[in-house]
Design a protein around this ligand. Structure first.
Ligand code: AMP
Length: 144
């Protein structure tokens, strides 16, 4: 299955923040949208990704003063992205190996969506369930 299929189902909304957004404002965005990470963009380009895990680590190392610092201070600058033509299996494998749960999706260099590990698991479960149902129908057909 392709990443495009996930985006067709969930839409292309991506919560983005500017690099100078404070960590406190980032937390507000994450809470309002009920998400775990935001893509950091500047002039339409993806310049980073920042997740709740970065905030937890930052609070531990820098203390509560972190809340007034810009997200640029804690974001990951080297972002792994995928395209709509990548397979869900391949993207899921990278997420598992590299231990992150969010991958922004680009088309012609433009941000067109984001997939989470939850989206990947849901998609893989659907495929497995369809395969199981098809096999069951096949076996029952053999018996009749
Ligand atoms: P997450 O599992 O998404 O909460 O992220 C765990 C860590 O990986 C955090 O330090 C994130 O900034 C980083 N991270 C998340 N997604 C990506 C990505 N697509 N590419 C690179 N780093 C990422």
């Amino acid at each position: 299955m392709l990443i495009a299929a996930i985006l067709r189902a969930k839409g292309s909304e991506v919560v983005g923040v500017a690099p100078d957004t404070t960590v406190a404002s980032l937390l507000t965005e994450l809470a309002i949208h009920d998400i775990g990470a935001a893509v950091v963009t500047e002039g339409g380009a993806v310049v980073g990704i920042v997740s709740e895990r970065d905030v937890v680590r930052g609070l531990r190392s820098r203390g509560p003063g972190l809340l007034t610092e810009p997200v640029a201070a804690i974001m990951t600058g080297e972002v792994f992205t995928c395209t709509t033509e990548d397979t869900v299996e391949d993207v899921g494998e990278v997420m598992t190996l590299r231990r992150f749960r969010h991958v922004p999706v680009l088309a012609d260099g433009r941000l067109v969506g984001i997939v989470s590990i939850g989206d990947v698991v849901k998609s893989r479960m659907t495929v497995l369930e369809n395969d199981r149902a098809a096999l069951e129908a096949y076996i029952q057909g053999e018996r009749t």
